[in-house]
Design a protein around this ligand. Structure first.
Ligand SMILES: [Zn+2]
Ligand SMILES: [Zn+2]
Length: 551
């Protein structure tokens, strides 16, 4: 086998399918892609909503609910509880296959009739204002987390407690405004650090305590800008830093960004315990190529965000998945192709299907077998009709493609995809049949956040009753009572921007999907690293030099 060059149907750029990918496509038994890797990811992640939290009503019972699904939509919304109940039957929407019409058109017609659950996740307590949360408690306006408690405005966390504005953090407590940090306590304004306590503005530090504005440090206490102080000197200096003032924090942030650019020695990537794998944010992975943010996985290609994946290709947001191809947000499955938000086996083109087997082109089914377009068939009928549809789809050039943009749950600019591809334009998505929504809230009343007191100590209790207006989006946000307590306890100034804007801002450092060529700062060797050239990082080290100099 040899590498294959193709032209992407969406962006018209050449792309290469490598020998390794070809072998895996064959093993997973899916068609070769007609889109380049980036356009595939972009399409998949557009099915993963990152909408604004809003109040709504169940289309079944009228019960009130809070959802991130758009207000203007093509499908009914039921509460999660109703969706899983027997109060409705997805099979009652079954359709006959019409060979004269494109299959995607028929599937989309069916999809438009099937309700969607208002929220994703299970086993949560008091997490109404959350989405995609699993086994969590008492959290507010947070998403994509497992085993978390008392989180505010946070995204993609695992076992984190009592924290605000934390993104992609693990096993931590009482942290604020930090990204990709592990096993830490009272860590503020920090990035890529582990095992740190009561510290501010740390970058790539490990096992540090009471440190301020430090980078690449290991096992230190009472350091400021990597300079050692005595305990007394440190505490005295910290007092003078005026951390309760918004203006002063903005200045510290600027200083921090300059340090990250000019002084930090950057690793090639943030992979941990990997074997024969490339990508970024990989942990305990073996033979995983071009993968990002996945853990405990093996023999995968082109996968983003997943856990316990085996022999998967072009799978995003998948966990406990094997022989999975060209699918999005599918978990606990085996041999699933071209599918979305499902946990099933031996099925293709299924959307929101739970514990199904041998289904083709179905939506919202639970525990079914041999169904096509939500209609029940005998095993033999199923095989015959499935083969007929595949052959028709091949003639129309449909078979092997993921679901079209028009079947996504809402506007592209309110999906996870927009985090990874923020430069995407409205017209590009509309041309591909997708959705876009410009939210104009300029008429909303509230206090511009620029009018807030600079210092947290000057904030009055009644702030929690006020609507604040974000200067970037014009969106309204509030300060919750527990949130205010946290800021006061930790001397943190009030936020000025809407929480979704803050998340988006933090995420931009964690969503790079390609490596760029650099020279090692120490040995001048050619290296590839996952940092955008426009960030202007001066010191990037090859693996050996990083180990030797930073460890
Ligand atoms: Zn492309
Ligand atoms: Zn080097």
């Amino acid at each position: 086998m040899q590498n294959l060059t193709k032209i992407c149907e969406h962006c018209q750029q050449n792309f290469i399918i490598t020998e390794g990918e070809l072998a895996l496509y064959k093993k997973v038994e899916i068609e070769l892609p007609t889109l380049c890797n980036f356009c595939r990811i972009k399409l998949h992640l557009s099915f993963w909503m990152f909408g604004k939290f809003r109040k709504g009503k169940s289309d079944l019972s009228g019960e009130s609910l809070i959802t991130v699904l758009p207000e203007k939509n093509r499908y009914p919304i039921y509460t999660l509880h109703e969706w899983h109940s027997d109060k409705w039957d997805a099979m009652s929407f079954g359709q006959d296959y019409d060979p004269t019409k494109p299959f995607f058109k028929q599937l989309q017609d069916l999809q438009g009739k099937i309700p969607r659950p208002h929220q994703n996740g299970t086993k949560n307590t008091r997490c109404d204002w959350c989405d995609d949360v699993w086994n969590c408690k008492d959290s507010y306006l947070s998403r994509s987390m497992i085993d978390c408690e008392n989180l505010f405005y946070s995204y993609r966390n695992l076992r984190v407690k009592n924290s605000i504005d934390v993104i992609v953090c693990f096993d931590s407590e009482k942290c604020f405004n930090s990204e990709n940090c592990y096993n830490s306590y009272k860590l503020f304004y920090s990035r890529h650090s582990r095992d740190c306590i009561e510290s501010f503005f740390l970058y790539d530090c490990r096992n540090c305590q009471n440190c301020f504005m430090c980078w690449n440090l290991r096992n230190k206490s009472y350091c400021i800008e990597n300079v050692q102080y005595s305990r007394e000197e440190y505490l005295e200096k910290i007092k003078s830093f005026d951390l309760g003032s918004y203006k002063s924090i903005q200045n510290h942030k600027k200083g921090f960004e300059e340090i990250i650019k000019n002084k930090v020695v950057h690793r090639l990537n943030f992979n941990f315990r990997i074997y024969n794998s490339e990508g970024d944010y990989l942990q305990d992975c073996k033979n995983c190529h071009n993968c990002f943010t996945i853990s405990s996985s093996q023999d995968c290609f082109n996968c983003i965000r997943g856990d316990n994946e085996k022999t998967n290709i072009d799978g995003n947001g998948c966990w406990n998945a094997e022989l999975n191809g060209n699918s999005n947000c599918c978990h606990d499955n085996y041999s699933i192709k071209y599918s979305n938000w499902s946990s099933s086996r031996y099925s293709e083109y299924v959307d929101l299907c739970i514990e199904c087997e041998y289904c083709f082109g179905c939506v919202g089914l639970k525990k079914k077998k041999y169904c096509i377009l939500n209609k029940q068939y005998e095993k033999n009928e199923y095989e015959t009709l499935k083969n007929k549809i595949i052959s028709d789809m091949k003639k129309r050039g449909e078979y092997g493609k993921f679901l079209p943009y028009s079947m996504s749950a809402g506007p592209f600019n309110f999906s996870t995809s927009f985090h990874y591809f923020p430069e995407t334009k409205r017209e590009d998505i509309l041309k591909l049949g997708g959705y876009w929504e410009d939210v104009d809230e300029s008429d909303i009343e509230g206090t511009p956040s620029s009018e807030l007191p600079d210092d947290i100590k000057d904030v009055q209790d009644d702030i929690t009753t006020k609507a604040l207006i974000c200067p970037e989006t014009g969106w309204r946000f509030n300060i919750a009572q527990n949130e205010l307590t946290f800021y006061r306890e930790n001397n943190i100034p009030l936020p000025r921007y809407h929480f979704d804007v803050r998340i988006k801002d933090s995420l931009k450092y964690l969503t790079v999907l390609q490596a760029y060529p650099y020279k090692c700062f120490y040995c001048q060797k050619d290296i590839m690293a996952y940092y955008k050239p426009e960030w202007g990082y001066k010191k990037i080290a090859c693996e050996e030099c990083y180990k030797q100099n930073i460890a």
